[in-house]
Design a protein around this ligand. Structure first.
Ligand code: ZN
Length: 291
């Protein structure tokens, strides 16, 4: 079965209009995130075609386990989103599964595939402190230039951000994120910015210090992990695939065509249920995720 989802648009103080331009979405000019495949309560995918039209992904996951190959897990495990960072995101960290239990959530390991960057765009992943004391000192003094591991990125790069890794997407970046289904972010530094209501955004220094791995100065450019996998595929003509046991989760990144007989285009979010065969026809670049 092929299910198309309605994307959820989320305004952010650091968001922009790139997702609107690239994918023709009807959004504001502050759109920071588009949640495309999500069973998270903070932004749920709703089916827009076929016999489950109008249903939430979370209720399908609960009531139609067969579509997901009877995956054993209380939560639908992944969340796929597009991010437009017109301005810098906060310097942040996410908890692992164990640390997130008290929030009744999964941890948040994430992967980034860079779709678009401006010239000389940076990214921050990891830090140079060798002990917790050293890390605390840097943070207390707001001395981030020596602490953080910052480097240039380009379109097509991908990075694996294990939970506990300090990171920040910097202004000028559009990316595709595959992550565990979680919405817990601990902010370490936020450039003293105000939110849409003119309040300083909250920081979470204690929680962050409990999560950040030390030492952690190695940038992982592969995305092998126990939570999910993904690949980027370009089709010109026609190709056939078989969905994995727990289903395939697709984001169309460029072009247009058909998935089986349904038209699809850049910006669409699609699920193919457990072990179903599907054909992609057209000139299309897409990302396929499985877990
Ligand atoms: Zn993050």
């Amino acid at each position: 079965m092929i299910l198309f989802f309605q994307p959820v648009f989320v305004d952010k103080i650091w968001g922009g209009n790139k997702l609107k331009e690239l994918f023709n979405y009807s959004t504001t000019n502050n759109c920071g995130e588009v949640w495309g495949i999500s069973a998270h309560k903070n932004g749920e995918s709703i089916v827009i075609n076929g016999k489950y039209k109008g249903d939430k992904l979370s209720s399908l996951y609960t009531n139609h386990k067969e579509l997901f190959g009877h995956y054993k897990g209380g939560f639908f495990p992944i969340l796929v989103k597009l991010i437009d960072a017109k301005k810098d995101l906060s310097i942040q960290v996410h908890p692992n599964d164990e640390q997130a239990k008290k929030y009744n959530s999964l941890g948040k390991t994430e992967c980034w595939y860079i779709l678009n960057t401006e010239k000389d765009t940076d990214i921050i992943i990891g830090h140079n402190a060798k002990t917790k004391e050293e890390l605390t000192n840097y943070i207390n003094k707001n001395e981030y230039s020596n602490l953080l591991n910052k480097f240039k990125i380009k379109t097509g790069d991908y990075f694996y951000i294990d939970s506990g890794t300090i990171h920040a997407i910097c202004g000028g970046t559009v990316l595709l994120e595959v992550q565990q289904s979680s919405d817990i972010t601990f902010r370490i530094y936020d450039y003293d910015r105000l939110d849409f209501e003119n309040n300083l955004r909250e920081l979470h220094i204690t929680e962050s210090l409990d999560c950040i791995k030390i030492p952690d100065n190695k940038v992982k450019r592969n995305h092998d992990n126990k939570y999910f996998n993904y690949e980027i595929i370009s089709v010109s003509g026609e190709e056939s695939y078989v969905a994995t046991i727990h289903g395939d989760y697709i984001v169309v990144l460029e072009g247009k065509g058909f998935i089986n007989n349904e038209p699809c285009k850049a910006g669409d979010f699609i699920m193919v249920s457990s072990k179903d065969e599907y054909r992609i026809k057209g000139t299309i670049k897409f990302q396929r995720t499985w877990f």
